[in-house]
Design a protein around this ligand. Structure first.
Ligand code: CTP
Length: 431
């Protein structure tokens, strides 16, 4: 943990990477044209004060309309609008190197525990009050002079910088965890990452929220996505140990015990993220859940009380067969045999197995990158043209052809046609 906490606006500005300063200056200028004001807000300001590297996701609070600003900003910054949510007044803009998350400054009302809030535009001062922890209720006003970024005041109404210096995690509201129980997990991550200790009030509120079982009221998507953020922390083991100590693990995933083997698995996934790119971007939480539950006798059991989205329940159903396939993959197999063995599994399942059991990594890498994308020289229509009647035999022949092709016994279209004729002859002889 760096010891040099700064809180003067100029010192914070000096810690912003130059390319980000230029992009922010442009954004502020575009905002000014529409009468909008902007602040860097939340975690990015906290991390700058601490002297930590900042994330590529930059949160900007906007007194103005992010939805109206988004097209002009994307244009001026050479980026693209990634998402907008009219109900929350938010817009996400991807620009080279960064993602700007713009949110209209607002107040929130939680009609019931653990549901998404109703929001209403409000000034920055009110927006900071609605937030989770004192160290996150901080904002730095941005100004611009051409391409030069300037900063105004640091807003820190709850003395977040003092809590940062004292290593203290402090909630802002008595019902904060009832309104939004994900903050229990957010607090866990921050405490483990920044070595913070909850103050007495936060400890009492966490205990009460667990006692009331507010976490169980969250949708499974929200729990899993928070859980994954937790597991993707730089030191997941520290976070999960703390989660055990706070009594969170047993509520979220009953029956699960945190082990060094699990920690190693998550470290592998974080250290080799290339495979994640083979999956749709919204699959991250399912991958984490798969890693977490891979060793469970019934991987569905710890999540049984959440309504599971189909891709997740499909993955968890797949895990027992993946475990059975695992020892076979440690031995050398021909390309065709490997492909035939792994084809029934989803790429997500295989990637989980790859991280869960390192002995399978080479075989799975070879399948996903080399074998799976290959197409044999003939397809079903070609087989019909060669006189094979439509029906199950087409599928069987295609599977056999794929195997011999991947084994290198058939390499061209001509050879494939000859192989099909020979295979047909063999079949006719057998009948
Ligand atoms: N926030 C909040 N309550 C939540 C989620 C977010 O008050 N349930 C506020 C906090 O001020 C937080 C900011 O929104 O700092 C941005 O949220 P997010 O980007 O999720 O978190 P960061 O603080 O940037 O944390 P991290 O470093 O873990 O990304």
């Amino acid at each position: 943990m760096p010891s040099l906490i700064v809180s003067s606006p100029a010192a914070i500005l000096a810690r912003l990477p130059p390319d980000l300063q230029t992009n922010l200056a442009r954004a502020v200028a575009v905002g000014a044209q529409q009468g909008a004001r902007m602040w860097l807000v939340g975690g990015v300001v906290r991390d700058l004060m601490l002297g930590l590297p900042i994330s590529r996701d930059v949160d900007l609070a906007v007194e103005g309309d992010p939805m109206a600003l988004a097209p002009a900003l994307a244009d001026a910054l050479g980026g693209r609008i990634q998402a907008t949510h009219a109900a929350f007044g938010t817009a996400t803009i991807a620009i080279p190197g960064y993602t700007f998350d713009l949110a209209r400054t607002r107040i929130e009302r939680y009609p019931q525990p653990a549901v998404l809030p109703e929001v209403e535009p409000a000034p920055i001062s009110a927006d900071l009050i609605r937030r989770d922890f004192s160290i996150n209720a901080v904002a730095l006003e941005l100004r611009a002079d051409g391409l030069r970024l300037h900063v105004g005041a640091l807003l820190d109404p709850f003395d977040g910088r003092i809590d940062l210096a004292a290593g203290r995690l402090r909630l802002l509201h008595a019902v904060s965890l009832r309104d939004d129980p994900t903050r229990i997990l957010r607090g866990l991550r921050l405490a483990a990452r920044l070595n913070l200790t909850p103050d007495a009030a936060a400890r009492a509120q966490i205990a009460a929220a667990l006692e009331q079982r507010y976490l169980a009221l969250l949708s499974s998507e929200r729990v899993l996505s928070e859980l994954c953020l937790t597991l993707e922390e730089p030191q997941p083991a520290a976070t999960l140990q703390l989660s055990d100590a706070w009594g969170v693990t047993e509520q979220l995933l009953p029956g699960l015990a945190w082990t060094p083997a699990l920690a190693a698995r998550f470290e592998r996934s974080a250290a080799q993220p290339e495979l994640h790119e083979l999956l749709p971007s919204d699959t991250g939480p399912w991958l984490c859940a798969g890693l977490l539950l891979f060793d469970q006798p019934d991987p569905l059991a710890p999540l049984a009380h959440y309504g599971l989205p189909t891709p997740l329940s499909r993955l968890l159903h797949e895990i027992p067969s993946l475990r059975t396939a695992s020892p076979v993959l440690a031995a050398p197999l021909s390309g065709g045999a490997l492909d035939a063995l792994l084809q029934p599994f989803s790429p997500l399942g295989l990637i989980v197995l790859h991280y869960a059991e390192p002995s399978t990594a080479n075989a799975i890498g070879q399948y996903l990158y080399v074998l799976r994308p290959q197409r044999p020289p003939l397809n079903g229509r070609d087989l019909q043209r060669l006189g094979i009647a439509a029906g199950p035999q087409i599928g069987q022949l295609l599977a056999e052809l794929r195997k011999v092709y991947l084994d290198g016994a058939v390499t061209s279209r001509e050879e494939a046609e000859a192989w099909v004729q020979a295979a047909r002859g063999r079949r006719q002889d057998a009948e």
